[in-house]
Design a protein around this ligand. Sequence first.
Ligand code: B12
Length: 164
Amino acid sequence: MSKFSIVVVFLLAATLCREVQGQDNEGVPQALDDLLERVALLETQIFGSGLATVTLKIENSLDPDFESAEYQVSVPVGNSVFQMMVAATKEFDDFTFGATYFSEYGGHFINSINGLAGNTDDKTFWSFENGKGVAFDRGVDLISVHANDDVIVFRFASWATGHP
Ligand code: B12
């Protein structure tokens, strides 16, 4: 429970004590339930739920037979895309990925998704894009998710025509 909740619980408890004075004790559990409900509602109204439901799309520009996938992943607002992907592996049995950490970029390069890996020989890789098809200029650890309508796309693509 946050500090804010503790203060609100305290204030509402004081109000509650005044309200239940003179009533018999059977009213107290119900009144406490109501109190906790009011605190939860207040917290949500002031801070939001603190969670974002992000759409994670997996697409392939090189194989028309590839079955695209889409996952709705719930993560705390401000988490990195990498943290969101780790959360997705826990929320969905059919989502997996492999990554290599590069200290010079302070983050991970995504090598493979759902068993399909990029390859230097044929110049394939997982491009990391926003929902409008624009490639991010940083890796997955340096991009955060912010809101419910955030869309993150990984597109299997070729870098033969240049870096995204
Ligand atoms: C070549 C290259 C690539 C190639 C790497 C394939 C290969 N086998 O060579 C491809 C096209 C696949 C690529 C992809 C991406 N790249 Co790139 N890439 C480069 C580039 C031009 C040269 C790297 C290199 O060869 N160094 C020389 C070798 C000897 O050193 P190395 O440490 O072994 O190099 C490895 C790493 O650089 C790694 N790598 C490449 N890109 C990235 C990106 C991130 C975030 C990480 C962690 C690692 C990484 O792959 C290289 C080969 O193994 C650099 C810019 C530069 N001039 O350094 C950008 C650069 C590293 N890439 C960048 C970015 C943003 C990306 C992408 C996120 C783009 C995107 N939105 O899709 C993706 C990665 C997505 C993912 N799957 O995680 C940024 C990183 C910025 C940052 N601070 O995070 C850079 C600095 C370019 C830039 N200024 O925008 N990349």
